[in-house]
Design a protein around this ligand. Structure first.
Ligand SMILES: [Zn+2]
Ligand SMILES: [Zn+2]
Length: 230
């Protein structure tokens, strides 16, 4: 577990599980959980919430609806009796428990997609019928310090959560590759990845917190995006 405290005293905890990082955002008034990991690891996430003295949740925000991020969403929603929010375009997956199959960026990995599609326990999870849609005609201002923006590319409904103009929880829209690079192995809309990275770079946030692996500095992303431009 790792924590950050922003200039206005918002605490962000990275709750770790083998299948994905989840995050808790704690303000004076609210306690949000971002993503839920899997059924197998739900107690691991819950234990870390408790270590952060989080026993109630204001709500759950999903960065996107891939199964390793949302498999336990119905369980958490019931356990904490709280609302769940997901991008409009992926709401039906969460409400039905159907899996959005990830697309490999490299053709050499397409066999994994096919495998996932045919194995029921890899593409079906407990439905969260009460999940609510986030619609983005413009950024969603959650409160004074939390803003949600659309960052499609990894999936159509991928969103990023900007906290106090310092940190951005980016889901699977970024991942470190080695010490110095940022890469995406999986993208349902590869053409939009860089567009979303540029959108994130326009924000003031200095650190990007991905769902897999360690945090990424703004400089690292700038280098990745702009050093490739001819
Ligand atoms: Zn994903
Ligand atoms: Zn993921």
């Amino acid at each position: 577990m790792k924590e950050w405290i922003t200039k206005h005293g918002i605490t962000v905890y990275r709750l770790e599980s083998p299948r994905c990082n989840c995050f808790a955002i704690v303000t004076d008034q609210e306690k949000w959980l971002v993503d839920t990991s899997t059924m197998l690891h739900r107690h691991k996430i819950q234990k870390q919430l408790e270590e952060c003295e989080i026993f109630e949740l204001t709500g759950i925000i999903l960065t996107h609806s891939h199964i390793n991020h949302v498999e336990a969403v119905a369980w958490f929603a019931q356990e904490y009796d709280c609302p769940v929010y997901v991008h409009d375009s992926e709401l039906h997956f969460v409400q039905t428990g159907d899996c959005l199959i990830p697309n490999a960026a490299s053709p050499a990995m397409h066999w994994i997609e096919k495998l996932v599609a045919y194995i029921p326990f890899l593409n079906k999870y407990p439905a969260c019928r009460e999940a609510k849609a986030l619609t983005f005609t413009e950024p969603v201002i959650w409160n004074e310090y939390i803003k949600l923006i659309e960052t499609p590319g990894h999936s159509e409904g991928s969103i990023s959560i900007l906290i106090d103009e310092e940190l951005a929880i980016v889901g699977d829209m970024m991942k470190r590759s080695g010490a110095f690079h940022v890469k995406l192995m999986w993208a349902n809309q590869p053409g939009l990845v860089e567009v979303s990275w540029k959108k994130l770079l326009q924000e003031k946030c200095e650190w990007f917190l991905p769902s897999h692996g360690r945090e990424i500095s703004k400089k690292m992303v700038e280098k990745e995006v702009y050093s490739e431009e001819k």
